[in-house]
Design a protein around this ligand. Sequence first.
Ligand code: GLU
Length: 446
Amino acid sequence: MSVIVRFAPSPTGKLHVGNVRTALLNYLFVRKKGGKFILRIDDTDLERSTKAYEEGIQTDLSWLGMHWDSTFNQSHKFANYDSAAKRLREAGLLYACYETAEELDKQRKLQRVAGKPPVYNRAALELTDEQKDAYRMEGRLPHWRFKLSGSVVTWNDMVRGEQSIDTSSLSDPVLIRGDGTYLYTLPSVVDDIDAQITHVIRGEDHVTNSGAQIEIFRALSDHLPTFAHTPLLVGKDGKSLSKRLGSLSVEQLREDGLEPMAVCSLLGKIGTSDPVEIRTSIEQLSEEFAFSKIGRAPARFDEDELMMLNSKLLLETDYNDVKDRLDNLGVEGGERFWNLIRANIDKISDAVSWSVMAFAPMSGQIEPEDTDFCALAADALPDEIDADSWSKWTAFLKETTGRKGKSLFMPLRMALTGRARGPGMGDMLQILGAEKAKARLKGYSG
Ligand code: GLU
């Protein structure tokens, strides 16, 4: 049996680290097993769904290196949902309810006061035809609930192990609203049957839904996917990310200059028994993927860790893989310069300021007490700089001035680069060349 999975975002907002992790886990699993990855656009909510969000989702997944084998919109499948609803109605499993939202609210309050769980009381099942007619005459439109069996639904979850949901503790779920629109529950099952989805991999906020959905699967077909519910993401402080998800959109990470494989490495590893380390390809991540490695505790998402992975990734990135982007950013100096600065940047765009520093005119930063020292250093610098120049030059300056350690090196670094930290000065001096270096040491622009 070949694996078929789906990622099913609603195009009512931007993809964020939480939902894109679900996409990634589906993707890593299917790439490991061989099979199909379907992108299902859950746009049954026609008012809140937009094409712009839908395109954004596609851009984000492509940027991260996730390619779908097929895609479809739920808004094109209403006929399927209608015929599934008809079958459920005919089987006596989908029933019309006429309560208003206020009435249901009042009912729940009374249940709470009486110390009972706020489960729908199924009063609608008792309505006579006359009562239903009377409601319709009043102008009430029915919403439709699925009749749960009231028994315990069990499944073997690939992350959570044996699961059981007692459906007698749940309200019969509303599948169709009064205005005729579908809630998520039924369309998802109909599509999972239609596409013969073998594994439903999603966040653990859907565990209870699964109890009801498994009963709907059984009512409609012989097909039942295997389920995997993964713990949700939390911040590094262990707190929910829900309020911060807006700023943790994939688009924002891209704009912040993060590399897709840094994002995938983090999201593919947090919450698993593997260490969080940089991986340079999705293939590698997928080879290492296993549901058995996913723990039950929430996965901690830490932006600082993401940035650290990003800089580690850049350190391992070959010039040819970034040449075009460096060219677009106007970074000069070719491969040699890239190899020199890549250990000193968090993001590709940080290369710009190093390039400006090395290749554009700039005057060095010299403290008043170092002016004479730097002038002497300028005079002592040979006209031809080679790989040994830095060590010979600084050895000479040490001997001549008696300076050593920080007081020897820091004024030179500050005068030549304007920064207290950065790449190795032996290479940097060669890149600058004698003329620039001398000018900067003398306090001129060079
Ligand atoms: N559109 C649903 C969501 O984003 C899909 C859930 C599922 O994977 O079944 O929550």
